[in-house]
Write a protein that binds this ligand. Structure first.
Ligand SMILES: Cc1cc2nc3c(=O)[nH]c(=O)nc-3n(C[C@H](O)[C@H](O)[C@H](O)COP(=O)(O)OP(=O)(O)OC[C@H]3O[C@@H](n4cnc5c(N)ncnc54)[C@H](O)[C@@H]3O)c2cc1C
Ligand code: SF4
Length: 339
């Protein structure tokens, strides 16, 4: 591992200044991703700026508009078990608890979860060409072993998926990401935070150099009555999603008044198609209607041989999760069905 300087920041201003005062530096929060990337020489840093001492972003608070603000430095575990999240945003709690392991969730922070890198095998293999790690070198996954790769929003440069569970629920819940930077503070809707690979696959998201995520806002509507998060994977725990679905429904009897569906494991960002949600409004909550919505969501989906199965799997997952959302009380916290 290369040597790097280590410093601690106590305020956001201090963190931004420290980050920009070193040639090539990165923030460290829980360290569960950045340290691996440094150890395996996937990324490098002359300095790590530890942002954990910034106290104001370690809490979850109610906002006047009825929503909540979740600090970027709150751990994934403390977020999932916070009473406001458990009661009002159980979809988020369930998605977080479907990810990683208890030990990792105890360290991993919310800001770091948004910025975790892909799990593409070739990205982690420094002997393999990879446009994301080394722009212009090629993509080993397109003609390689691509079982875990994307079926939507891919490019000729990269077919990697963004691996987060938490962000799939955040996309469904219309979360907003609050950011501070050297020049301004601003907010980015979660659905616009991550990028498609296009011809710049080395850029995962729209955070600008020197910026820090401070918090995540959730609006008042939490879909706490009818929700479900379904994660399908090769192993029933401690594995990333082949396909995941976050569904939130607002029902009047068996008629859908509002619907949110976001997919994980299928694209370079959490995948949401507003047209499918519009289609469901005013319709009966049935397998047929969730199937028709799935067809809209998966329009244009393309496999790369080893991952062709994901297209049918995603359709079945959307239907099954829609039906599971009708009876969330039957789902145990963190429990996930096997394939
Ligand atoms: C074995 C293993 C299994 C996993 N399984 C899953 C899974 O199933 N589902 C899932 O969703 N995740 C999974 N993860 C990923 C895990 O959730 C992430 O590693 C974690 O959320 C990253 O958070 P962190 O605080 O540790 O980030 P760090 O590693 O500290 O940082 C990650 C990146 O974010 C930057 N950063 C951190 N905080 C901020 C901030 N506030 N502002 C700006 N930049 C910041 C850092 O500079 C770095 O580039 C797994 C991880 C491991 C190691
Ligand atoms: S899919 Fe993306 S991350 Fe994977 S090898 Fe290709 S360019 Fe690299």
């Amino acid at each position: 591992m290369n040597n790097f300087a280590y410093s601690r920041a106590h305020t956001v201003t201090d963190a931004i200044e420290q980050l920009n005062s070193h040639g090539h530096s990165q923030f460290i929060a829980g360290g569960t991703n950045v340290i691996d990337l440094l150890k395996y020489f996937i990324t490098s840093a002359d300095a790590l700026v530890d942002i954990n001492p910034i106290e104001e972003y370690h809490s979850i608070e109610e906002m006047e508009d009825g929503g909540i603000r979740i600090g970027a430095l709150v751990t994934n575990a403390d977020t999932a078990y916070h009473p406001l999240v458990e009661q009002r945003y159980p979809l988020l709690a369930k998605a977080i608890l479907a990810g990683a392991s208890p030990q990792i969730r105890n360290m991993a922070t919310n800001g770091g979860n948004l910025l975790q890198r892909t799990r593409c095998y070739y990205f982690y293999d420094t002997n393999a060409p990879c446009n994301k790690r080394e722009p212009g070198s090629g993509c080993s996954a397109i003609d390689g072993y691509n079982r875990i790769m994307a079926i939507l929003g891919t490019s000729e440069q990269c077919i990697a998926v963004f691996p987060s569970d938490m962000c799939v629920a955040l996309a469904a819940l219309d979360a907003q990401v609050n950011v501070s930077g050297p020049y301004s503070d601003h907010t980015i809707p979660l659905v616009d935070f991550h990028r498609l690979p296009g011809d710049t696959p080395h850029l995962d998201n729209n955070l600008q150099p020197g910026e820090i995520i401070t918090s995540i806002d959730l609006p008042g509507q939490g879909f706490s009555r009818n929700y479900s998060y379904l994660k399908l994977r090769d192993r029933n725990s401690y594995a990333f999603a082949l396909v995941s679905v976050a569904t939130g429904l607002e029902l009047e009897g068996d008629v859908i008044r509002d619907a949110r569906i976001a997919l994980g494991g299928v694209a370079h960002k959490p995948w949401r198609v507003p047209e499918a949600e519009e289609f469901l409004r005013g319709k009966t909550a049935s397998r047929e209607n969730f199937g028709a919505a799935a067809d809209i969501i998966l329009r244009g989906a393309t496999g790369f041989m080893h991952n062709n199965f994901k297209i049918e799997l995603a359709k079945r997952a959307i239907i099954r999760n829609g039906m599971m959302a009708l009876h969330p009380e039957t789902q145990l916290p963190g429990a996930q069905p096997s394939l």
